[in-house]
Each structure stands twice: as C-alpha cells, then as structure tokens.
Write a protein that binds this ligand. Structure first.
Ligand code: NAD
Length: 254
C-alpha cells in the first residue's frame, strides 16, 4: 500500500479524474477527503470507496469561495487531524477564441481553474508548514504548452497553474513541501464529453480527429492520470519538485 496512513484531500473528486484518483488512493491505503460542488456525485465517490472497504468522507465546498474552503479544511483537520496530500483537481472547460468569450465566462474559468488552486492551497499550506511536511499536486494540462484551437481562457488558466506550481515549489521547499503538476492530454471524462458537445456538430468525428493527434492513437482514461497522481503523491517521486508530469499519449500538433 503506497499511501498507507496518509490523508488526502482531492478537490472536484465527484467525477472524472478526481473520482478515479480518490478510488485509487483509497485502495492504496489513504483516507480520502472527497470534495466537490455536487453533493450527489461526491457522496457517490465516497460510497464506492466504502463499498471496497476504504476510508473516505465527503465535504461540499466551492473551491473559489474562501469561507467555504476554510470551513472544508477545518472540517477535514477535525476529522483526520492532518492533511498529507492536497490534489487541486477541480476545474471546468472553457471554449472559444478570445474575442468570442464573454467577460463572465472568462472570469468563471479563471475563478475555478486558477483561483481555486490558490484558495485550497492557501488554507492547507499553513497546516503543512507547521508540520514541515506536505505534498501538493496541481492539475494543469498539456494545453499549457501546446496551442489548441478555441481554448483561449482554458489554456490561460492551465499555463498559470504550471507557473504557479513552480513558484509555490520555490517558496515551500524549505518547509519540506513538494508541489508538482499533472499535464494530461485528452482524457475521456464528463468534462471532455461536455466540451465536445458544446464545440462540435459531430462529437464522434471530433474524437476521431483528436485520436489522430495522439501518438497513442487513443484518448486517455481517468485511471491513466490517477496512476500518475499516485506516483506524485507517494515517496517514490520524492526527487520531483516543481515538475510537470505529462500523461498525454504523445500529443502532437495536427
Ligand atoms: P469532470 O468535469 O469530470 O470533474 C470535475 C469536477 O470538479 C466535477 O465533479 C465538478 O462538479 C467539480 N467542480 C467544478 N467546479 C467546482 C468548484 N467550484 N468547487 C468544487 N468542485 C468543483 O472533469 P475532469 O475531466 O475529471 O477534469 C478534472 C481536472 O482535470 C480539471 O482541472 C481539468 O481541467 C483537468 N484536465 C482534464 C483533461 C481531460 O481531458 N479530461 C485534460 C487535462 C486536464
């Protein structure tokens, strides 16, 4: 068991990659704090973990809201007494060329995808600093490093997450806190299904086009990213600090 005795907080773990990671971490011995905005989905994740004999509980919180995040962190600490790993996973899609995006839509993507990372980290870090131990995993995307059409707001947030990861690592290394980033390619989750429906008349044709852009010839699965998150959360990656970890099936321009 690679996470025996560890307490892990995963934002947005009612669905997709976060949910898959919560299930894997619990199977590896972690106590998992499942966070999501969506209560039903969060409770489903907890239910599945418990069915398999794992330990988890759900806290509804909006990662953009300071009061909500502070209350979540206090409740988590009240329940388990410590947070060893924070996985800043919650995020939403954003579609469109820059000039097409309305200010409210721009702000919403910025708020969840980058303010959310700042907010959860802000309230967990003092606890990790006090313990002189901690591990933060930030969800970026391969889009931070490659240009993809009609993803202006989304790519801006994921580039920001990658830059923030490096800056955080420099600041918190003296406290024995590691901060790394995941950069997935296209992973078939509800998030991607929604993006494809919003963006293309023929989502199946779009999936076929995305596959041709990947050396693997296939889209990724949430489990593929969960395995990478497990590596970053475990001591096996202890020499990785401020690093981007790609799980993208070999994305190429196309
Ligand atoms: P998903 O939509 O399946 O899951 C995201 C979860 O976050 C949802 O359950 C949602 O309710 C929750 N959430 C949204 N706003 C929230 C908020 N304010 N507070 C708390 N929870 C909130 O998406 P996914 O595909 O699993 O994506 C997870 C992360 O991975 C996102 O940050 C996304 O940008 C990133 N990512 C996804 C892909 C992909 O192809 N799926 C690729 C690269 C990066």
């Amino acid at each position: 068991m690679r996470l025996q005795g560890k307490v892990v907080l995963i934002t947005g773990s009612g669905s997709g990659i976060g949910k898959s990671t919560a299930l894997l971490f619990a199977a590896e011995g972690a106590s998992v704090i499942v966070n999501d905005l969506d209560e039903a989905k969060g409770n489903e994740t907890v239910g599945e973990i418990k069915e398999k004999g794992g330990e988890a509980f759900f806290i509804r919180a909006d990662v953009t809201d300071p009061a909500s995040v502070e209350a979540m962190v206090n409740e988590a600490l009240g329940q388990y007494g410590q947070i060893d790993v924070l996985f800043n996973n919650a995020g939403i899609s954003g579609v469109g060329m820059l000039h097409e995006i309305e200010p409210d839509a721009w702000d919403k993507v910025m708020s969840i995808n980058i303010r959310g990372v700042y907010m959860a980290s802000k309230y967990v870090l003092p606890h990790m600093m006090e313990r002189k131990a901690g591990n933060i995993i930030n969800m970026s995307s391969c889009i931070a490093e490659i240009g993809l059409a009609r993803r202006a707001s989304y790519s801006a947030t994921k580039g920001a997450v990658l830059a923030l990861t490096k800056s955080m690592q420099v600041d918190y290394a003296p406290y024995n806190i590691r901060v790394n980033a995941l950069l997935p390619g296209t992973i078939l989750t509800p998030f991607v299904e929604k993006y494809l429906k919003e963006s293309y008349d023929d989502p199946e044709a779009a999936i076929a086009a995305i596959k041709t852009r990947q050396l693997s010839g296939e889209l990724g699965r949430p489990e593929d990213v969960a395995q990478a998150a497990l590596f970053l959360a475990s001591d096996e990656s202890k020499f990785m600090m401020g690093s981007p970890l790609y799980i993208d099936g070999g994305v190429v321009f196309g």
